[in-house]
Design a protein around this ligand. Structure first.
Ligand SMILES: Nc1ncnc2c1ncn2[C@@H]1O[C@H](COP(=O)(O)OP(=O)(O)OP(=O)(O)O)[C@@H](O)[C@H]1O
Length: 647
């Protein structure tokens, strides 16, 4: 519960709704083109413009958008029900209707609200606006909760920067009533940072049905002025406030009073005075209406742009609604527009105005609950004050003065009130200046303390520097002594230098000679170098030539070797074939020898046979022949053994 409460007390943006009314009869008759399109789901309003033959669309997004077909009930259920619930929870809430004359501000806030049109059991007519519906919701809720409560309403009109009570009592005589109606009510500081309208009637309402009487009474008194735009145009701002006190009991049995307030504001038409066509006698009226609207605009700008000074005090409207703009009240603005092209300029200005107002942040706070006893004490105080006033009137013990003097004093009082107001403004400015100066003073103080710290640091560093200086002076003395020493050394060195110079001259002439020799040596070396270079190039050429030749030789050797290999192979093949041929011949020869041997053996046998045959006959020669044959045989044996060996 406490976390949800702290959640609610955070900054919240003013809720801005847009309502576009349907075409009215005049617009339908003149066939006015439609330039406003509402997309309720996307919460967008698109304006189609034709500028120099080009179609230009502008789209605005709001918290809620209600198109021409939206009914009073739809707007109330979606936008106002949650606000009234918060009022019943103890918050202060404000609903503004802002827009051009004739776009439906009064229709939205009050609507058609005649008792004759109400349904059975106090049912509201379908055209009933926010005020009667809110009153009904409040009573329905409180009655369903069986709560002990009181509901008070006030209804005032702000016209030409003058406040009039729209609920002035009717029991006064006609003259007194007129007097009272004319008499503007002063706006006063309530001493708690707010303002109150002195003498404003607070009407206690006990049932929702009473609202018809109140609205009819108020509307009848509301001033309207005829303009070219709207015959019923309301040129004043109206503020209907409902204050609810609800009794609650704490667990400890203590009685607390919870208080919530709902302000319902129907602003005057937002259009420019030149466009509305008001002239002459109405100039001041328009100026004053504009003063309040202009100041409202300036307050919104100052809040949105976070300017330091918010000019609440510049108009009565902004003084009255101060808490609803950047204060602790929950605020909702219903911007109303016409769909027709004839109102395009004013529609765009309303949309811009409302869109900017979306950025105002309020910090709604739930009203502190009061102890019943405290409230009763306050009320007793009020009753005593009123009793004293009644007693003075009845007993004629009050102060009585002539009418002229009274008016004179009233005007003086008014002048003084204005002066006081002016002084309050000056006071506020002075306070602001004082705050600025205080801030500057604080900054200066801070700067001063910073400077003192810096001074301390500087003094410390000065002391350190002085010590450093003393040491440095000592060092300087030392340096001067060293310098003198060095001077002496330098003079001695100069003498030595002169001697060295003479020596150097002699050395220089030697050097020149050496240089000459050196030069000739150099020329020789150059020549040598050239020669060497030439030789090196010859050697290089030779080397290159040699390398070429060696490479060629290598190639030749390689080719020769390969040729030699080929030849060797050829010789080997040749030898192989020779050997084969030799083997073949040998085989043939062997065969022939074997054949010859066989032949010979057969011949021998034959011969032996012949010999045997002729043995007897040829004894002498046989012996001879046998020897010969034996020797032949031996020789043959030798050959055959030789062949068998070679095999
Ligand atoms: N949403 C709507 N639906 C039907 N009729 C509407 C709607 N809005 C406005 N009207 C009608 O348009 C006419 C002008 O509306 P209304 O008097 O509320 O305008 P206004 O903005 O209050 O003007 P003014 O600034 O002069 O008070 C009325 O007749 C009203 O019934």
């Amino acid at each position: 519960m406490s976390s949800s409460r702290s959640e609610k007390e955070k900054a919240v943006n003013v809720q801005v709704l847009l309502r576009c009314r349907p075409f009215n009869e005049d617009e339908l008759r003149s066939n006015a083109p439609q330039v406003v399109t509402c997309n309720e789901l996307q919460r967008e309003v698109a304006i189609s413009q034709n500028i120099a033959g080009k179609q230009i669309d502008r789209v605005f997004t709001f918290d809620k958008v209600f198109g021409p077909s939206a009914k009073q009930q739809d707007l109330y259920d979606q936008a106002v029900v949650p606000i009234v619930n918060e009022v019943l929870e103890g918050f202060n809430c404000t609903i503004f209707a802002y827009g051009q004359t004739g776009t439906g501000k009064t229709y939205t806030m009050e609507g058609e609200c005649k008792r004759s049109k109400s349904g059975p059991k106090g049912q509201l007519p379908p055209d009933a606006g926010v005020i009667p519906r809110a009153v009904k919701q409040i009573f329905d809720t409180l009655e369903s909760q069986n709560a002990e409560y009181s509901v008070k309403v006030t209804f005032l009109e702000l016209y030409n920067e003058e406040i009039t009570d729209l609920l002035a009592p009717e029991e006064l005589s006609k003259a007194a009533l007129e007097e009272k109606q004319k008499k503007p009510l002063p706006l006063m500081e309530d001493g708690k940072g707010g303002v109150l309208v002195r003498g404003l009637e607070e009407e206690i309402v006990t049932s929702a049905g009473e609202i018809f009487t109140l609205l009819e009474r108020g509307s009848a008194k509301r001033r309207t002025a005829e303009t070219l735009l709207n015959k019923q145009s309301s040129r004043s701002h109206s503020l209907f406030s409902i204050t609810i006190h609800i009794k609650e009991a704490t667990p400890e049995g203590e009685e607390l009073i919870k208080c919530g307030k709902l302000n319902l504001v129907d602003l005057a038409g937002s259009e420019n005075i030149s466009r509305s066509g008001a002239r002459e006698g109405r100039a001041r009226e328009a100026g004053e209406i504009n003063k309040s609207l202009l100041t409202l605009g300036r307050v919104i700008t100052a809040l949105v742009e976070h300017l330091g000074h918010i000019p609440y005090r510049d108009s009565k409207l902004t003084r009255l609604l101060r808490d609803s703009l950047g204060g602790r009240t929950k605020t909702c603005i219903i911007a109303t527009v016409s769909p027709s092209v004839y109102c395009l300029e004013e529609t765009l200005s309303t949309l811009d105005y409302a869109h900017r107002a979306k950025n105002i942040k309020n910090r709604p706070e739930v009203n502190q609950k009061m102890m019943k006893s405290t409230l009763i004490k306050d009320l007793y105080g009020e009753i005593d004050r009123l009793k004293a006033e009644v007693y003075a009137a009845r007993e004629k013990v009050g102060v009585y003065i002539p009418k002229e003097r009274y008016y004179q004093e009233e005007s003086e009082r008014k002048a003084m009130a204005d002066q006081i107001e002016q002084m309050n403004v000056t006071l506020e400015t002075n306070q602001k200046q004082r705050d600025d100066l205080q801030e500057k003073y604080n900054t200066r103080l801070q700067q001063c303390s910073d400077l003192s710290k810096k001074l301390e640091a500087t003094e410390e560093s000065l002391e350190y520097t002085s010590q450093l200086l003393a040491t440095t002076k000592e060092d300087l003395k030392q340096c001067q002594y060293t310098l003198k020493e060095k001077d002496f050394i330098i003079s001695e060195q100069k003498k030595a230098e002169n001697a060295l110079v003479q020596q150097a001259c002699a050395l220089q002439s030697d050097l020149e000679k050496s240089m000459h020799d050196n030069a000739s040596l150099h020329s020789k070396i150059d020549r040598e170098d050239k020669l060497n270079t030439a030789n090196r190039s010859i050697v290089n050429n030779f080397q290159a030539d040699l390398v070429g030749k060696i490479n060629a030789l290598c190639d030749t050797v390689v080719s020769f070797m390969s040729r030699q290999k080929e030849q060797l192979k050829y010789v080997e093949d040749l030898c192989q074939s020779c050997l084969q041929f030799y083997d073949k011949s040998l085989m043939e020869l062997k065969k022939k020898v074997l054949a010859s041997r066989a032949l010979y053996i057969s011949h021998i046998d034959t011969v032996q046979n012949v010999v045997r045959l002729h043995k007897a006959s040829i004894n002498g020669s046989l012996e001879e022949m046998s020897t010969l044959a034996a020797s032949n045989y031996c020789a043959l044996e030798e050959v055959s053994s030789h062949f068998s060996l070679s095999e």
